[in-house]
Design a protein around this ligand. Sequence first.
Ligand code: C2E
Ligand code: CA
Ligand code: CA
Length: 794
Amino acid sequence: MTDTPARTNRSGLRFGTKLVLILAGLVAALQVAGWLTVQVAVRNSIDQQLSDNLELGARVWGRLHEGQQRQLLERVAVLADDFGFKEAIATQDAPTLRSLLESANTRIGASHGAILAPDGTVLAARLPSDGALPQAGIADRVAEARIAGFSSGVIALDGEAVSYALVPVFAPDLVGWLALGQSFGATEVEEIGEVTGLVPSVLIGESSEVWSTRFGAWSASAIDAAALATNAATMPLHRNDEALDPAVGLRLSAAETTAVYLVLEADRERAMTPYAQLQNQILGLSLGAALLAMFAAFLIGRRVSGPVGLLARAAERIRQGEYATPLAVRGDDEFAELAGAFNAMQKGIAEREERIVFQSGHDALTALPNRERALILLGERLADDQLPRGALALLDLRRFREVNDLLGHGHGDLALVEVARRLREVVRDGDLVARIGGDEFLLGLWGLDAATAEQRARALVKSLGAAMEINGTPLRLDADLGLVPFQRDESGGLPDARTLLRRAEIALGLAKHEGRTVSLYREGSDEQHLRQLAIVGELRGAIDGHQFELAYQPKVDIAGRQVRHVEALLRWTHPELGRIGPDEFIPLAERAGLVTLLTRWVLERACLDMAAWRSAGFEHGVAINLSAIDLADADLAQVILSAVRRHVVPASAIIVEVTESAVLADLDQAIATLEALRAEGIRVSVDDFGTGQSSLAQLKRLPADELKIDKSFVLQLAPGSDDERIVESIVRLGHALGLKIVAEGVETADGLGVLANLRCDVAQGYFFSRPLAVNALLPWLREHADGITKEARP
Ligand code: C2E
Ligand code: CA
Ligand code: CA
């Protein structure tokens, strides 16, 4: 069994594969959806967490910063309370003041320092850049301190954030102000980062240009100035158009001074770290689940497609006509049920098919095989090497139509059933009995030789011939039978079924034709039959196709050595079959009812030719051969007369040659026709005389002018031969009846000599001339115009 397309579906994927794909796809989709959900949840949660962190960080930083400020303030206040310090300030001596600031640097690590007069004028200043302290903004700080008793905070100095504290110095009256500051730089920021887990940086300036401890110079357009101004908890930060992690900006400097912010950025990456691990785990799990699903789908697919595949293969078996193998029914699930149903269906189909096959191959009435089935059975038997010989018999009931017509079809049917019964009775088991037509039966008699088969055939016909009673009506059915014995040829081959049947039909035709009940097929009649069929088929077309010609053979007057008539003989040259002799096609034309057409053509042609040679000065008449059917044609005389008149030739120039047997077929009709012809001056010749069984009495009645002795008596005619005596008696008899005697088939001088001796009147034959084509005839006639010089041998 070949693999068939039935096993894959239209998309080309097996069911199992599809299932695996679908399930795997589903699981993958679910996993992706889950993963996305987790991703979103994580992001949201992280965002929340970051914002919480920022808030917390801001608060922590606030505390820290407050503490640091307080510490600085306390230290500065302690320093300002120092007695020596107060005295030094009171001196208002600049180098002393500067050394005071120097020592403050060492004592409390103040990188920036300034001593102011009570009115706020700068008396001495110390900056890391060695620059001067800008006066702007100092008045405000001092004013603030006058009210609050101190001022502290963050201020931008020289592009740097500085944390400062400013306190009054009393001795005991106000003698000045001490301001000390520390760079609010990398260390402090780092510390904030460590404490809060955020990324801190200091941002100085506002409007267009800012400076960040993290990013350096920075375009302020990136900063939401409004957000900074409102000191919002979080603010969006952009750098180079890229969104930074959420951040919060806290303004450290006082409102009127250069802005100093502490920016706390959340670190998303750090926040993500624990989740990333989780995500990897989830990814791993998802992958595992997908693989597991695929495996499960594969198993299910196999479980389903296995039985389905079995079913598909079984269905394919059924399609190819094999019903014997049932499906194995296993388990008790749906598949087992399906297999059971399938087996039942298969059995049903097998039974139905058997019935249909039987019905299509058998005759419903007799239950015998019909023609098609018979040919198949016959073919099978002939293909069997064990069969050495046998015979095929074709049997046809005689006049069965009459049985039907007289007794009705019901009786006819019963008779056929009885015939079938009798046939089956006579043949042996295993022989073929078939009804291949209404009243035609075919019998295969296997293994019998020709003689035994013939005996069996005769027994069959005899058994059928025995009286039967159909519904109380006595009936006898006779039959004709064509028999074809066959046996293996030298190469061990047997003829094929159709050839045998055709031969049986030919044999049956012979049986009917010859009235012989049983007729055996004769070797070669098959091929002959086919050729005859071809010839009959081609005849009519041949007339229109100008394939016919006439040949003329001179009839020589023996005594006078003159030619008065020529016999027209039909010639047919077929484009494929070649020359076909009249002896072959005339009888076929007669049987096919086409001979009158041929006769008319010959008549027409002969009159035409005759007119031609008459105008050339040759007054020769034409002998035309007629068939029995022509003689039955009442119009024949009229047809000939009209042809003669049309071509302006005398009717007396025409001789018709009719055979004895043609005349005898319907003597009275023939006599009437011939008399009509003679009345017009047309002469009548009895052709092939001596071969028929016409009696003298009949001959006497025949309206004839000449007797043409058949060439079988003439061909070997020699002095002293039997033929001589026969010819002699015919001549005598003919002369006695007043008939002219013609001998045809004169081939030798000896023959001519005998004929001359016996006083035969006319001779025709190869000795003088073969039949000549019309253009060869005139030269011949001209050459022999003064008489035939060929001599008879006495
Ligand atoms: P048939 O009428 O007896 O014609 C004489 C046949 O003997 C011709 O054969 C002719 O060629 C042949 N024959 C003549 N002399 C000799 C000879 O010396 N020796 C031998 N062996 N044969 C000789 P063909 O032409 O083959 O014609 C055969 C038959 O066909 C004719 O016999 C005739 O019965 C029939 N036939 C020919 N033409 C026509 C026709 O136009 N109409 C009809 N109805 N029958 C025709
Ligand atoms: Ca003839
Ligand atoms: Ca003849």
